[in-house]
Write a protein that binds this ligand. Structure first.
Ligand SMILES: [Zn+2]
Length: 226
């Protein structure tokens, strides 16, 4: 792969756009989009300018990639509510996947392991998120309709004008305190549709440490995956 200033560059796409954009892919590479007339020296300058940011983003992409490529083998660890639990493959189990301080996966279910794990996480997420929203909503003076489980990639939560809240199932891998922050954030949007001062005041009233949670999600969010 081509490298520019040490960074792996998957592709340079030239088109009649006016500016240069640099995208960090999930594979921990860069895709650079440039106007047709741009020279390599110009691209280098832009990379230089954003060096630290790009370096951080590539590191995060790399780590999350390692974390993501689960092989579903004995001893491999899986996150649930902020803790890592080992997997054990077993021959005779009443269900394909059982959680009891360890994850037990039935031997014949291995080809579908990722799907089985995903479904299990989604089920836990649905129960957990709903239970927590029921606690926070009255404290915040808001009412919600449904908590829906989403598979979005770019955001942890969203809400609709039908008072439904969508929260990403992968969040069930995070500690409860982090889950609670995302729930509180979305519940607060039922009252304030923006990120205004009043919005953050409402968040803070039930979740004083919200800045810590935001930073946690930035740093560790990419690891919440299988
Ligand atoms: Zn928001």
């Amino acid at each position: 792969m081509k490298r520019i200033l040490g960074f792996p560059v998957e592709k340079i796409i030239k088109s009649n756009r006016k500016t240069v954009s640099i995208e960090v892919t999930d594979n921990a590479t860069l895709i650079i989009k440039t106007p047709t007339y741009v020279r390599i020296a110009d691209i280098e300058k832009i990379i230089q300018k954003n060096y630290q940011w790009l370096k951080n983003r590539l590191e995060i992409a790399q780590k999350s990639r390692q974390f993501k490529t689960k092989r579903f083998v004995n001893g491999e660890k899986f996150l649930y509510l902020g803790q890592l639990y080992p997997l054990e493959i077993k021959q005779n189990l009443s269900k394909p996947l059982i959680f009891n301080d360890k994850f037990y996966l039935r031997f014949d279910a291995r080809p579908y392991a990722r799907e089985i794990f995903t479904n299990w996480y989604k089920q836990q997420a649905a129960k957990n998120f709903y239970r927590r929203a029921l606690i926070f909503a009255p404290l915040m003076g808001v009412e919600f309709n449904q908590i829906k489980i989403s598979s979005a990639r770019k955001r942890w939560g969203s809400c609709s004008n039908k008072k439904n809240i969508n929260i990403v199932w992968r969040l069930i891998m995070a500690p409860q305190a982090i889950i609670d922050y995302v729930i509180v954030h979305e519940l607060a949007h039922l009252k304030h549709m923006d990120h205004s001062k009043n919005f953050w005041k409402l968040v803070e009233s039930v979740y004083p440490n919200y800045k810590k949670a935001i930073n946690w999600l930035k740093e560790y969010g990419p690891y919440l995956d299988i």
